[in-house]
Write a protein that binds this ligand. Structure first.
Ligand SMILES: NC(=O)NC(NC(N)=O)C(=O)[O-]
Ligand SMILES: [Zn+2]
Ligand SMILES: [Zn+2]
Length: 460
């Protein structure tokens, strides 16, 4: 009988077919056996009775700012934070670092840093910005997971928003390269125009910020992108969608057979504009947290399974850029620091709204893997797949404190939040990375993962 490296016993595994009581045997970083009562000897045995085994989260949307702004967040602390949240693969966005990931050189530099510092696996997005259309092919060949563009200003000058011509040209090329274009979809014209109006009137409050980024700004950008996708055949992924109306438009395009996927983030589901009013800058993001009624609509859409996947959009910054005493909401950094809490948030919502755990695992692991060409190795608990696992208990709650939040900066909208569950351990390719509140991996062992060569990028 084959000797195993690790034997996880008596878990409730979240398999694609549902939650099943089983043992899981791991050999050479892969899942070797999934069955009850495994008798093989193993170097390490771990009894996880009454605990759940989720496929490790694949978070398609985080911003680590290395190189260039590693004082904001970097691969080392950033990946520890993600591991502490049950994540085993994250996709790093092409902006907030310097340089942005918009050409081969920047991609290679970033990959090298990540390979040296990340505790879990990661993929890298390439950027589409004005002037880099000619770099897209080399980026695709080198293994970016997809491309990302902003339709509205990014808040950092190293990564410009696309104009419509760049977008059309870029989409045509990306379609040919067989990749997906991820879009931050808010109208630049509408948001800039309203912001300027607020500035001229000397209005800087939380309400003013929300009013400057209305739902129609999101809907207009989404609609335009869908028209362009029809023209160019470019597969699209809409990031951090924050309104029911945008989902309606996306749903119609999907019904027509268009190659489109959509994500939202836990902060749009757990929080609303009242939190920006009450907590200030820490709750500022773009698109903004919506009013409570919109939050409820988004939860209903989640229950109806209208989102393909859930990401964190972890976008941290140093304390002074989100100083709670800042009186001008427009000047604070826009972004939520919460990469550690996506899986916990989704389990909280699943328990509250009776969503099956295998649906959560679809949103947090298998759908991202399928959409972006990693499904040959990642995204589900199955024989032959990478042993990327998150062990979770529902018998204990977890309150977020500065001590148990692993990000470089401890400011977070989630501070003080109590989840009805706790991450007990995280394994990345069979390596135990996080256990019982501690990063136990002796060295960073994460790897840059590229999409498989002949991934047919399908909508999920
Ligand atoms: N430059 C950013 O990190 N921006 C992010 N900021 C948010 N979401 O407020 C984003 O994803 O748009
Ligand atoms: Zn964005
Ligand atoms: Zn983002």
């Amino acid at each position: 009988m084959e000797h195993l490296d690790i034997l996880i016993k008596n878990g409730k595994a979240v398999l694609p077919t549902g939650v099943t009581e089983t043992d899981i045997g791991i050999k050479d970083g892969k899942i070797a056996i999934v069955e009850k009562g495994i008798m093989n000897k193993a170097a390490i045995e771990w009894d996880v009775e009454n605990q759940y085994i989720f496929p490790g989260m694949i978070d398609v949307h985080v911003h680590f700012s290395e190189p260039g702004r590693e004082h904001w967040e970097g691969f080392h602390t950033g990946s520890m934070m993600m591991a502490a949240g049950g994540c085993t693969t994250y996709f790093d966005m092409p902006l907030n670092g310097i340089p942005s990931t918009v050409n081969l050189e920047a991609l290679s530099t970033k990959a090298e840093i990540g390979n040296g510092k990340s505790f879990i696996d990661f993929s890298l997005w390439g950027g589409l910005v004005p002037g880099n259309e000619k770099d897209l092919e080399a980026l695709a060949e080198a293994g970016v997971i997809g491309f990302k563009a902003f339709l509205s200003s990014t808040g950092n000058k190293e990564f410009e928003a696309v104009d419509d011509l760049t977008l059309l040209n870029g989409m045509k090329r990306i379609a040919k390269l067989g990749k997906v274009l991820a879009l931050h979809s808010e109208s630049d014209a509408i948001t800039n125009w309203l912001k300027e109006e607020k500035e001229n009137e000397g209005k800087y409050s939380a309400d003013d910020y929300l009013e400057s980024r209305p739902i129609i700004a999101e809907v207009e950008a989404v609609e335009r992108a869908i028209y362009y996708s029809e023209l160019t055949g470019c597969p699209l992924h809409f990031v951090h969608i924050s309104s029911a109306k945008a989902i309606e438009v996306i749903e119609q395009a999907k019904q027509k057979g268009m190659n489109i996927t959509v994500e939202t983030c836990p902060h749009y589901l757990l929080y609303n504009h009242e939190h920006l009013r009450g907590l200030g800058t820490i709750a500022k993001c773009a698109p903004p947290l919506r009013e409570k009624e919109e939050q409820q609509k988004l939860i209903s859409l989640l229950i109806e399974n209208k989102f393909d996947m859930i990401s964190s959009d972890h976008s941290p910054c140093p304390y002074e850029l989100k100083d709670p005493n800042m009186y001008n909401m427009f000047q604070a950094w826009g972004g939520i620091s919460g990469g550690q809490f996506t899986l916990l948030s989704m389990i909280e919502l699943a328990l509250k709204y009776k969503i099956p755990f295998d649906t959560v695992a679809k949103w947090t692991a298998s759908a991202p893997a399928e959409r972006f060409g990693l499904a040959d190795r990642k995204g589900k608990i199955a024989i032959g797949a990478d042993a990327d696992l998150a062990i979770i208990t529902l018998n204990e709650s977890h309150t977020v404190t500065e001590e148990n939040f692993y990000a470089k900066h401890k400011q977070s909208l989630y501070m003080g939040h109590t989840f009805p569950c706790r991450i007990v351990g995280t394994l990345n390719r069979g390596n135990l990375v996080f256990k019982e509140g501690v990063i136990v991996a002796p060295i960073p062992n994460g790897r840059w993962v590229k999409p498989c060569e002949n991934a047919s990028i399908k909508s999920v």
